[in-house]
Design a protein around this ligand. Sequence first.
Ligand code: F0G
Length: 472
Amino acid sequence: MPDPIPQTMGQQFGRRSWAEPWKIKMVEPIRLLPRPERERALAEAGYNTFLLRSEDVYIDLLTDSGTSAMSDRQWAALMLGDEAYAGSRNFYNLEEVVRTYFGYRYFVPTHQGRGAEHLISQIAIRPGQYVPGNMYFTTTRLHQELAGGTFVDVIVDEAHDPTHLHPFKGNVDLDKLEALIRRVGPEQVAYVSLAATVNMAGGQPVSMANVRAVRELCDRHGVRLFLDATRVAENAFFIQEREPGYADKPIAAIVKEFCSYTDAAWMSAKKDGLVNIGGWLALNDWDLFEKARNLVVVYEGLHTYGGLAGRDMEAMAVGLVEALQDDYMAARIGQVRYLGELLTRWDIPIVQPVGGHAIFLDAKRFYPHLPQDRFPAQTLAAELYLDSGVRAMERGIVSAGRDPVTGDHRYPKLELVRLTIPRRVYTQAHMDVTGEAVKAVYENRERARGLRMVYEPQYLRFFQARFEPIAD
Ligand code: F0G
């Protein structure tokens, strides 16, 4: 395992520090509510951080999705919106960027990632087929299931172990994938669903060697390989840092090579795309593209806007290129690691190695006295908000939902709280405040009693479920 970025906390170690390759031109005030008001706000939100009002949050680490700060270039691009219903200039600019930087032939814009997931699932999955993937993501798997598919996890075992220091914990386990293809037959495998920097594993990357090997295996069996490119730029950073032969390659070149091993990709541009809304689907196969272009008009909008305003597409075209700059990415991952190093110094249990977009607190080790059906990660996210107004997200048993066949809770090995760092939004001082808040909650960990779920919605329950504290 290579060392963390050596520049972080440089002063303490006698090295030179890094800094962001931008300066701040506009600010948005935030404030910390007094504790009694935080207690009220959390109770009103049913102890679910998704249901808090943003105004009641001090440092918002719920998600890195749609929460980026746009650059002055992106704001200027908004003014170039061509709001024609059909054939907007901004569509062609965006299509050109996706072709140039990601390499796919055909392109369909969508309002966000799950819009693209819906399209690809509907056009590429026949009911009864299997969809192997390197760990599930909530919306991705749900769309695969709604299309009649069955998701099968084929990620390496190390991904489920929060302490294992494998440098590419997002990798596909080739034996697991091959065993599935042999068991059900290649015609029963809709496609391989490969995600870059696997979100639910802790933002863990996939190596270039692995995607190449998956491609080769898919070719041998005649199975398609599709990529969730939502955080593919961050994935490229880890390849540059850790994989022999890539240290001198720019992030942009690594992304292009990575994508070249796959047949299609979808992206929630709300993450690496550095925009507040937007997504896309891109494919090399004409027939599949034809189907996507037909379906997009049913659910999203005409194929030249896909649910987006022209100005949104222009901002995305600029953001996608900004995210591929090496200095930007070093600062981005550097900030996430800075928080990770603080917590590690205080022996707070987090997923290691620190991944791309977030720090994941390990709630099972944080609260070893709480059984999983008392929702330890949900409890921890609630306690963190109470302590400091920092908003985090549960990524454990609540997010995993219920098995569609048995109706039981799925009990994931990983019971995590995600402190997700928005891009270009917070400073190092915000990271210090956050780290100290987690430390304070950790020092009071024995007092936590857990939560009981009192309302459970049918789909993606983590968004809207409500809880009550257990008193004993
Ligand atoms: N794929 C991945 C890996 C994601 O992380 C997300 C969203 C999506 C697809 C869906 O994209 O939100 O634009 O519809 N993740 C957000 C998160 C919600 O907080 O991790 P979307």
